[in-house]
Write a protein that binds this ligand. Sequence first.
Ligand code: HEC
Ligand code: HEC
Length: 243
Amino acid sequence: MRTLISPLLKGLSITALACAIALPAEASDSKTSEPTVKQKVVKKQKRKRDPRAKIYRTKSCMACHGRNGARAIRDYPNLAGQNAKYLKQQMLDIQSGARVAGIEEETGHPRTKGMADIMHLVNKDEIKGLADWLSDLPPAKLRPPEEPVTEEQIAAGKKAYKKLGCKACHGKDGTKASNKAYPIIAGQKKAYLIHQMTDMRDKIRVNAKSKLMYGVIKRAKDEQIVAIADFLSSIQRKTKKKK
Ligand code: HEC
Ligand code: HEC
């Protein structure tokens, strides 16, 4: 349904949409499906009107991190449902240059560069707003892996995750961090997870609380990192409970 509505929404202005909703005549041809579509449009419209959503759309975040922070392109991270405190710190650090990343093959630049280049468009208050907004959004739905992953591989990842002691900070299966400033790592993209674990092991990513990772991640072999990424990317991130 989402794919059906979104191209439709794209072309319409808010006013045009408001008119479409206000006209009851439109609803008469299909009694059963119309209210659901209508409700969805209203919900989407409400979400779109949120000033933070507007910042997200107009300051180019959406181009890289996808619709509502849940459809990132390439090996870029999905953001929806992440801890707000963590998100805020990472944005500030990418803005200031404190967080950098390994080199992206396609561009020859550190993977953080494209984002760092646009971060002058947002101020601290907007960053805080974006962090809260993104954190409350429903997380990305799991998608089948690009290349099939065996049960054995996922089990190996789970075992390495347990053995290396990741649980102490990221929870049993990566869905619940032990501190609000730590990231939720379940349901994240495999390639992104591999990049981060490797960048921290190689001390390329050194910002914020990265130090906390060094002791454990330095013991992780390449194949364990891949297996852990397979394991974590196979777990659905939880939707945040409403306060
Ligand atoms: C040109 C592409 C691009 C744009 C535009 C962009 N980002 Fe990013 N963003 C990235 C990439 C790539 C990373 C991960 C870098 C890495 O691999 O270390 C990232 C990382 C992040 C992170 C840290 C995620 C984590 O789990 O640690 C947050 C939060 C974030 N972006 C939010 C935003 C917001 C909000 C905007 C708009 C103001 C934005 N980004 C604009 C590409 C982009
Ligand atoms: C002592 C606490 C601690 C332990 C143990 C730990 N981590 Fe972390 N991890 C963190 C913190 C804190 C961060 C965020 C660093 C920052 O502030 O930038 C992080 C970040 C990450 C990230 C990047 C998330 C993102 O969105 O960019 C991944 C992936 C990760 N950890 C995986 C692991 C794995 C796998 C293990 C076990 C091998 C592990 N961590 C063990 C505390 C820990």
